[in-house]
Design a protein around this ligand. Structure first.
Ligand SMILES: [Zn+2]
Length: 226
């Protein structure tokens, strides 16, 4: 088998994850003691996904390297929001139609933005989950906001719903698609025909939003390597 992984990083994590970087390099993260053959088998099972992601990334314009200077734009709800660096601002980062970053805080901009997105994700995703779960009669456990790069959402066996903060960069309908997807997982764990039928019943145009994520998901990033 030709090895498609450009780099394998072992650490004290419990699961394997594959990340396609903006330059098309395939990075695999794996638990310390997991046998190489299991890692290879995992990569092998994801080949179609890897190739699809790679070609999308290599075909699309590169994500600009951001330096957090005025004029740079950041995704929020499917729109690119400009940043303005200002001198006379007490709060490090605020949002009012544009992002306003205090010039004194420019050095910590990446982490300030991440925290801002995380808080936004917590508020908005919680609202959408409550609203949609109520509307369609789902009972969930708690809501977790993660930093996952490739996983928009997940649903644990205890009914915990996890969503990455990056999701608030996507349009609201796309957020709702991911929320509905995870809510349906509360009842149907796999991606069987019955699962997609149920997603389609609750959201008839879900394919559009799924495709939007497939095409644009890799550009929903702050700096390209956070
Ligand atoms: Zn799923």
């Amino acid at each position: 088998m030709p090895n498609v992984a450009d780099q394998i990083i072992r650490s004290r994590r419990k699961t394997i994850a594959i990340l396609i970087r903006q330059d098309g390099k395939v990075i695999v993260r794996a638990p310390l003691l997991l046998p190489q053959r299991l890692i290879n088998a995992f990569i092998e099972s994801k080949i179609a996904w890897i190739n699809d992601k790679k070609s999308l990334i290599l075909k699309s314009p590169p994500v600009p390297t951001r330096q957090f200077v005025s004029g740079e734009k950041f995704w929020l709800f499917g729109e690119l929001i400009p940043l303005r660096v200002v001198d006379d601002q007490k709060t490090a980062l605020i949002f009012k139609e544009e992002f306003h970053l205090s010039s004194k805080s420019q050095g910590q901009a990446s982490i300030l933005f991440q925290n801002w997105y995380r808080a936004k994700a917590r508020t908005v995703i919680t609202q959408r989950v409550e609203l949609l779960a109520n509307r369609y009669g789902f009972k969930y456990g708690r809501i977790r906001i993660s930093s996952a790069r490739n996983r928009w959402g997940s649903c644990s066996s205890l009914g915990t719903l996890s969503f990455t903060w990056r999701l608030v960069m996507a349009p609201l309908e796309v957020i709702d698609y991911v929320v509905i997807h995870e809510l349906v997982h509360l009842k149907i764990k796999n991606h069987s025909a019955a699962f997609w039928l149920e997603v389609g019943r609750l959201m008839p145009d879900y394919r559009l939003h799924k495709e939007w994520l497939r095409r644009n998901g890799h550009s929903l990033t702050l700096t390209g390597n956070e």
